[in-house]
Design a protein around this ligand. Structure first.
Ligand SMILES: [Zn+2]
Length: 294
C-alpha cells in the first residue's frame, strides 16, 4: 500500500532503523522494489528524480501496490529542483516529495521549501528538504567539508519550513567517491538530538555497510540508494549477454538467430533481479527487515 514517507519514517525513528529509498528508472525496477520489500517484509521508498519518466513510473507503482498489498511503500520525488517538479509529482499521485534548494542561501531555501510544504500538505503529501549540501563523489576530496549541515541552523529550518524529513550533509556524497568516504558521526549525533523530524542520508552507495549501520544507530531513518542499484542492474544485463549466444560478431553484424524480443526481455529481467538482490542486502543492513508488520 502506498503511504506517506512521514508515516514510514516516524515508525523507523521509533524502531531505530532506516528505510531504503531506491531510485527507480523502469517499471521493472519499481517491481523489484516491491519484490525486495515483500521478500524481506520491509517498508520501502520508491524514489523518482524529475529526469526519469515520472508519470509512467507512478502508474507502475500504483499497479504494483495492488499486486503487493502487504508492502508499505512511499512514492517519492527525489531531488525536485523547481516548484514545478513538485507540482508534477503531486499531479502524478506521489505520496512524498523532496524540494532540493540546498545550493541556495539559508533564507531562500526556507522560503522555497515553505511554499512546497504548503502545496504538498494541502493534499496530504509529506515533504523532505536538504540543509547543507551533499555534493558529487567525483569532487569529494575538494568539497567534502564545505557543504556540511550547520547544526545551529537545523532545528530552526525545520520549524520555519514545516518539513517532515530533513536531508543532512554529514560527509556522504552522490555517485562514486573520489577518495575514501569520511562521515562526521559527531555532527550526525548532534543533529539527531537537535532535530525533531526524521533524518535522511543521501549518497548511500559505496559508503560501506559499517558506516551506514553506524549512521542508522545514530539516528538516520532514510538512506538513498542509486548508483549501486543501477550498477548492479547493468551488470545483470551484461552477465546475461556474456552467458548467452552472441548478438553481434566482431564486425558489429547481427548474428543472433533466436527471438530477439525474448532475448531483450530476459536480459532486462536479469538486470531487475540483480537490482532486487542488492536492495534486499541494504534492507538487511539498515535493520528494516521484518518491519512491515505492525
Ligand atoms: Zn541525493
Amino acid at each position: 500500500m502506498l503511504v506517506t514517507m512521514k508515516e514510514l519514517l516516524c515508525r523507523a525513528k521509533e524502531g531505530g532503523y532506516a528505510v531504503a529509498a531506491a531510485n527507480v528508472f523502469t517499471g521493472r525496477t519499481v517491481e523489484a522494489c516491491f519484490k525486495a520489500a515483500a521478500e524481506r517484509k520491509a517498508p520501502v521508498i520508491i524514489a523518482c528524480t524529475p529526469y526519469v519518466q515520472m508519470e509512467e513510473l507512478a502508474l507502475a507503482a500504483r499497479m504494483y501496490e495492488r499486486k503487493y498489498p502487504q508492502v508499505p511503500a512511499a512514492l517519492h520525488l527525489d531531488h525536485g529542483k523547481e516548484y514545478e517538479d513538485v507540482q508534477r509529482a503531486l499531479r502524478c499521485g506521489f505520496t512524498s516529495v523532496m524540494l532540493d534548494k540546498s545550493t541556495l542561501p539559508y533564507k531562500e531555501n526556507v522560503k522555497a521549501v515553505r511554499e512546497a510544504v504548503r502545496a504538498a500538505h494541502a493534499v496530504g503529501v509529506t515533504v523532505e528538504a536538504e540543509l547543507g549540501h551533499v555534493g558529487k563523489g567525483a569532487e569529494y576530496e575538494e568539497t567534502r567539508d564545505s557543504g556540511l549541515t550547520r547544526k545551529e541552523e537545523a532545528k530552526g529550518f525545520v520549524e520555519e519550513t514545516g518539513v517532515d524529513a530533513l536531508a543532512v550533509a554529514v560527509g556522504t556524497s552522490h555517485g562514486v567517491y573520489k577518495g575514501r568516504p569520511h562521515l562526521n558521526f559527531e555532527l550526525l549525533n548532534e543533529l539527531s538530538r537537535e532535530v525533531p523530524v526524521p533524518l535522511v542520508l543521501h549518497g548511500g552507495s559505496n559508503t560501506g555497510e559499517d558506516k551506514l549501520k553506524k549512521a542508522v544507530d545514530l539516528g538516520i531513518q532514510k538512506i538513498n540508494l542509486s548508483t549501486d542499484l543501477s550498477t548492479e542492474y547493468l551488470k545483470g544485463v551484461k552477465k546475461f549477454e556474456e552467458t548467452n549466444d552472441p548478438l553481434f560478431d566482431e564486425s558489429g553484424a547481427l548474428v543472433y538467430t533466436g527471438n530477439r524480443t525474448v532475448y531483450a526481455n530476459q536480459a532486462l529481467s536479469k538486470g531487475a533481479e540483480a537490482y532486487q538482490e542488492i536492495l534486499e542486502k541494504y534492507i538487511r543492513v539498515f535493520g528494516s527487515e521484518g518491519k512491515a508488520l505492525g
